[in-house]
Design a protein around this ligand. Structure first.
Ligand SMILES: *Cc1c(COP(=O)(O)O)cnc(C)c1O
Length: 377
């Protein structure tokens, strides 16, 4: 492919910081660079507590443990999401209850949530798709009314806001990703954000194999013990050194991505106006962090035809989630559910190449290829 869908990039001091970490004599977890990342993220977004993890998947698994997910608990979440959103809770024995997406964008349709709540419901997990906020006032009102915990899958949502509040700061817990396909990257990587104080102490223990080693290293206790269940969720300093170099330049990275996103939007608007495709819709309460630029087609056939046309021109565009309610794993154990909007996004949404190093000329090739496709129709 001449133009890939995604490409990892250096922004500045990644290799310098990795080398510093090695020379400092510590490349296991919770060293100098992890601390620098924690401080930067807590300061920039006002998060109460940040714990870096080896992935967003791990942060979600920590969240599932922290809220004491048990067999028989029900967790409500959108079907149109990544498998990890669901797996984290399935691993603890929970039953997943899938909600449909909105008609305006792939986020959970908050109007459908209340009818899914039962006496067994423990939590609502929202996913800010493409970094665009869900209607969090509606979600938090349901959380209050029915005494439910809220977890934000903010994997795609770094540096994005809901009514001025950073995504990841609104629910009780939130999980972010620094996977190489996200805006800020460290290969694999993630973080758990804890906004509800009651979870902080136990989160540190779960992340350190069920021991109180974090407290021990802070000098708060004189030996460390096995005190709870847990696993190894903390990233190496090699990862966090890379991540810190990226976080230091978050504004530069976001500016570049937003420029690319806006150009797609402006130039493809013509095709939307002539009724051929639909472009992303951002509600008034949300900001755009330029995580994904997507197009919505009228049919799966048209999407497949355009994917093939782009491929002929050396461009890789990829669709997204096969909604989880139609996955083999879910269908094997559950009755059929009908979620029309989720199905629509599964069949008709396509993501265009968007990465920091995408050149202006390359983006022109993508846009021209799309116009070329519709010229002949
Ligand atoms: C990327 C992503 C994840 C998983 O992130 P990892 O860091 O790869 O574990 C989870 N949920 C959503 C919505 C994602 O986009």
């Amino acid at each position: 492919m001449k133009i890939p869908f995604n490409k990892p990039f250096f922004i500045g001091n990644e290799t310098k910081y990795i080398s510093q970490a090695v020379k400092s004599g510590k490349i296991s977890g919770d060293g100098m660079f992890t601390k620098k990342c924690h401080d930067l993220l807590e300061k920039r977004y006002g998060f109460k507590k940040v714990l870096l993890t080896t992935s967003c998947t791990d942060a979600l698994e920590m969240a599932a443990i922290l809220i004491d997910t048990k067999a028989g608990d029900e967790i409500i979440m959108p079907s149109y999401t990544f498998v990890s959103t669901a797996n984290a809770f399935v691993l603890r024995g929970a039953k997943i209850v899938f909600a449909d997406s909105n008609s305006i964008n792939p986020n959970i349709d908050t109007n459908t949530i209340e009818s899914l709540i039962t006496a067994k419901t423990k939590a609502i997990v929202v996913v800010h798709y493409a970094g665009i906020a869900c209607d969090m006032d509606a979600v938090m009102a349901l959380s209050k009314k029915h005494n439910l915990l809220v977890i934000e899958d903010a994997a795609q949502a770094i540096d994005s806001f809901y009514k001025g509040r950073p995504l990841g700061s609104i629910g009780h817990l939130a999980a972010f990703s620094f996977h190489e396909t996200k805006n800020i990257i460290s290969g694999e990587g993630g973080m758990l954000v804890i906004n509800d104080e009651q979870f902080i102490k136990r989160a540190e223990i779960i992340r350190e194999k069920g021991t109180n080693r974090t407290q021990f290293f802070r000098g708060e206790i004189d030996k460390y013990d096995w005190v709870d269940i847990g696993s190894s969720f903390l990233p190496s300093e090699l990862t966090t050194a890379f991540l810190f170099a990226q976080l230091e330049n978050i504004e530069l990275i976001q500016k570049k991505r937003l420029g690319i996103w806006k150009r797609y939007n402006e130039e493809l608007l013509l095709l939307e106006k002539s009724g051929k495709i639909a472009l992303p819709k951002i509600p008034n309460y949300a900001t755009n962090n330029a995580h994904i630029f997507y197009i919505i087609f009228k049919s799966i056939e048209e999407r497949t035809a355009l994917i093939n046309k782009l491929k002929q021109d050396g461009i890789l565009a990829v669709f997204h989630y096969i909604s989880l309610h139609s996955s083999p794993f879910y269908k094997k154990q559950n009755a059929d559910v009908v979620l029309e909007n989720a199905d629509k996004y599964t069949n008709c949404l396509l993501r265009l190449p968007l990465f920091y190093d995408l050149k202006r000329k390359e983006q022109s090739l993508v846009i021209n290829s799309i116009f070329d496709f519709y010229k002949s129709k």
